[in-house]
Design a protein. Structure first.
Length: 363
């Protein structure tokens, strides 16, 4: 069975917002949350747990550092929100501390991916017949750069394991974001320079169109869109949330990869929570993957970025998926539609693994 790379998961946000323990099986989390406000606040039941990662052969997960600006926070219950860069820094440092504790206390289950050597060792362990050798590798990413009070603070985060930077979620001091248009500011261009100098990877997800195109033109390092769908097929509250055809083509030209989000609202135009999930299927996920492949002429620039539990849950994903353990079923759907095994493997993991081999430092 092919390995899976999931290019977006808000693990720390879930732990510090809802008290979720990612080491628990999903069904236990669902049972513990039954009758509480958590499922309604997160628009559905939980989807992510370490046992499901292991069962579904999810070997690598891009783990986010994320907090919302106060004007975009959900009313009342959203505890991780900020009004100033200092507050954003404090919230994201708390999440970084969480990941370090999580991995430090569970080294037999998890590891932080800092280098290509780490990645190579992880892949070798997943080839072992001894299940005890297998761990899930977490790649740390910052989603929204407001926690950087100045671009020159980025080396501090890199030293603690950050390997991927997304300059915006909503707009930041550095660039426009989802629903808040605008290109890079002068500070944002300095941030791009520092990111390139440090050899960190740059995530285009949530950037406004102007920022996406500027980064594609000017950033010399490794580029990706961790959890973005083709705008031509999907729907979102924020018109600039997903990639245009022009941006997808340019990303492919730059050797980048984009991760499709199996979220009904992104997959099927007109779907809104709490519409029934039965109207969306794995064929809709296939349609988004296939659209990218047909647009760029190959299957080398698309993967998965589930964003599971990132503001939606079980009630908002296609029929056929129940948790992260089922992401491999997307590969079965690709096969059913005629994609050969090598291309299926590329979409499920190979494209992301190749990008990480280029984008991570050697040691």
């Amino acid at each position: 069975m092919t390995l899976i790379v999931d290019a977006h998961s808000d693990i720390a946000w879930n732990a510090l917002t809802f008290g979720r323990d990612v080491l628990r099986p999903v069904m236990i989390t669902r049972e513990l949350e039954r009758g509480t406000l958590t499922p309604s606040r997160n628009r559905g039941q939980a989807l992510v747990g370490w046992p499901e990662w292991l069962l579904g052969r999810v070997a690598v997960v891009f783990a986010s550092l994320f907090a919302a600006p106060v004007h975009r926070a959900e009313a009342g219950w959203e505890v991780l929100h900020y009004a100033t860069p200092d507050a954003a820094r404090s919230l994201l440092l708390a999440q970084l501390d969480y990941y370090e504790r999580l991995v430090g206390e569970n080294p037999e289950k998890l590891m932080l991916l800092r280098t290509r050597r780490d990645l190579d060792g992880l892949m070798q362990a997943w080839q072992s017949n001894d299940l005890r050798e297998r761990r899930v590798g977490l790649l740390l990413m910052m989603e929204g750069a407001e926690a950087l009070r100045h671009p020159d603070e980025l080396p501090e985060w890199q030293a603690r394991g950050l390997r991927l930077l997304a300059p915006a979620w909503a707009a930041t001091r550095y660039a426009g974001g989802s629903g808040e248009p605008g290109g890079f500011t002068a500070a944002g261009r300095r941030l791009l320079e520092v990111t390139a100098e440090l050899g960190l990877m740059l995530d285009l997800t949530h950037l406004d169109d102007a920022g996406v195109l500027e980064a594609l033109d000017s950033f010399p390092g490794t580029l990706l869109a961790s959890h973005s769908n083709p705008r031509a097929l999907g729907h979102s509250l924020y018109a600039n949330r997903h990639l245009t055809d022009a941006a997808i083509r340019r990303l492919a030209e730059r050797g980048g990869v984009m991760g499709i989000v199996p979220y009904n609202r992104f997959l099927r135009r007109g779907w809104e929570y709490p519409d029934p999930r039965q109207s969306v299927s794995l064929d809709d996920v296939f349609a988004h993957i296939d659209y990218v492949c047909q647009l760029v002429g190959n299957a080398s620039h698309v993967g998965l970025g589930s964003d599971f539990d990132g503001g939606f849950g079980l009630e908002s994903i296609p029929v056929g998926l129940d948790s992260v353990a089922d992401l491999g079923l997307i590969g079965d759907t690709l096969s059913r539609h005629g994609y050969p095994a090598a291309q299926v493997e590329a979409v499920l993991s190979g494209n992301w693994l190749g990008l990480l081999q280029r984008g991570l430092p050697e040691t």
